[in-house]
Design a protein around this ligand. Structure first.
Ligand code: GLU
Length: 504
């Protein structure tokens, strides 16, 4: 037996003066006053934000925005041993980077929130006192059970012999011995757990710090959360939370437990499978849009639509599109989303994001020449998987020493190309207009005059101008490089060719 039957120890709502009409709860809350959609993301700062958490945040954010509601960010930092400030900072950074803005919380330096549970200990104490007073909870001083949430029901005399006030100990919920806890989940349908499987779980530890199951309910109620959307690893916590909601006299929110994310081997996604933290993807050069897009499609679908920005998600997101089956993380699909978003970003936006990376790589970026910058990044988009890769490839567009691919030099810049490059240099030096069309005409005209295929002019020019055998289109490249740099590079290449021609 885990204690007296629930009905006997928990007095009715009316007896406790709780009326549904006014929603007067024993703890301060907005119930009855506002039922506009309010959703939250409630990470524990015990690690970096990983893809699973980010997807939960995204779904909550998108639903809040879709419904015209409020999105709350709450840091669940009650695990004092494992919570760290670096993780708080990393989570907030990752949320901002993904574009998942939150709406409220205590004001800090002109910005809002988030809420921190460790700053809300008073509300848990007030709620705990209400449960103690109603008999829904009891103080437990058994040393063997202290602070321990066990999976099996454990009986102890504290549940029947009242522990005197001031004796300390943990506060436990008095779980009914019989019956079921039943609730409706928007994804799983009706869910029911036998009370016999639920221990008298700890609400407040002896040091006054609440457990997750208690703090989450007190906060969700106080913050008038209408929809609790979270990973289905929490499904087994929900019956405990339902019991606490009811004991406190609160209406239940709508629950939606979204399926887990698995690795390609169908085991729970972890570091073994590759990058899993948002921070890591960011360092690896992924676009936030690509991650958001990929996370959106992880376990949610909207017809056969594949490309989603945050705005598009807000327009159509719903929980009906969330499947029941676990989602499998597919790094190739993420790469596809990344490639699609690199193409989808407006050229000026691409420039805005790459310029700091270019500057960091030591490239002399001329911010006044936006047209050139936009032009060059666009030529590189189809050839780059990430922004750092694009920047790496952009090197040859700048007046810095070329990173010569020596194998290409040895193969292409051979003595036979000297007259070709020499003649090309002569023509380009006097070309009247320096644009794609005139350059194309000059290259092709020269090939024709020399009785060569166009490639026989273009390929050595490509190695001369870019240091490599593969590059964006030669006329585009030459146009963007400008006459001065093109002529200097041709001179340098000619120097290399004649150097190679000199006897050993
Ligand atoms: N702090 C919990 C976690 O990070 C929150 C679960 C919930 O959303 O209720 O898993």
């Amino acid at each position: 037996m885990t204690g007296a039957p629930f009905a006997a120890v928990v007095r009715s709502r009316q007896e406790r003066g709780i009326s549904r009409a006014t929603g007067a709860c024993p703890v301060p809350c907005y119930h009855g006053l506002m039922r506009s959609p309010r959703l939250r993301f409630a990470p524990s700062p015990t690690g970096f934000l990983h893809v699973g958490g980010a997807r939960t945040a995204l779904f909550n954010w998108a639903l809040a925005r879709r419904l015209g509601g409020t999105f709350v960010l709450r840091i669940e930092d009650t695990d004092r041993q494992r919570s760290e400030q670096v993780y708080v900072d990393a989570i907030l950074d990752a949320m901002r980077w993904l574009g998942l803005n939150w709406d409220e919380g205590p004001e800090v330096g002109g910005a809002h929130g988030p809420y921190f549970q460790m700053e809300r200990l008073d509300s848990y104490r007030v709620a705990a006192e209400a449960l103690l007073a109603s008999g829904a909870a009891y103080r437990c001083v058994c040393p063997a059970r202290e602070d321990a949430d066990t999976t099996a029901p454990v009986a102890c005399s504290c549940s029947v012999e009242a522990v005197p006030p001031g004796a300390g100990g943990a506060l436990r919920f008095r779980t009914p011995a019989d019956g079921h806890v039943t609730f409706r989940d928007l994804i799983h349908g009706a869910v029911s757990f036998p009370c016999a499987d639920i221990e008298d779980f700890v609400l407040l530890k002896a040091d006054g710090v609440p457990t997750y199951n208690f703090a989450a309910v007190v906060d969700d109620a106080a913050m008038a959360i209408t929809h609790v959307v979270r990973g289905d690893d929490h499904l087994s916590n929900t019956p405990k939370q339902v019991l606490v909601y009811r004991a406190l006299g609160h209406d239940l929110p709508d629950f939606a437990h979204i399926p887990m994310i698995l690795g390609p081997d169908r085991k729970r996604l972890s570091k073994r499978h590759g990058a899993v933290s948002i921070q890591q993807f960011r360092e690896d050069g992924y676009l936030p849009e690509a991650l958001v897009n990929y996370l959106a499609r992880l376990g949610w679908a909207h017809g056969d639509m594949e490309l989603f920005g945050l705005d598009e998600m807000v327009a159509v997101f719903d929980l009906e599109g969330v499947g029941k089956a676990p989602a499998v993380f597919d790094y190739d699909k993420l790469a596809w989303a990344q490639a699609s978003w690199l193409k989808r970003l407006a050229p000026d936006e691409l420039v805005r994001r790459t310029v700091p990376l270019m500057a960091a790589a030591g490239l002399p970026v001329d911010l006044d020449d936006a047209v050139r910058l936009e032009g060059l990044v666009q030529t590189l988009v189809p050839r780059s998987a990430t922004l750092p890769e694009l920047v790496e490839q952009a090197r040859f567009y700048f007046d810095v020493p070329l990173a010569w691919d020596e194998a290409a030099v040895a193969k292409v810049l051979i003595p036979g190309v000297e007259p070709v490059l020499g003649a090309l240099r002569e023509r380009l030096a006097v070309l009247s207009a320096w644009d794609h069309a005139s350059l194309e005409e000059a290259f092709r005209g020269l090939a024709q005059d020399l009785g060569l295929k166009a490639g026989a002019v273009i390929q050595p020019a490509r190695v001369a101008l870019t240091g490599r055998t593969a590059s964006p289109g030669m006329f585009e490249v030459a146009a963007l490089l400008g006459r001065d740099l093109v002529l200097r590079r041709l001179d340098e290449a000619l120097g290399r060719v004649s150097g190679a021609a000199l006897p050993g």
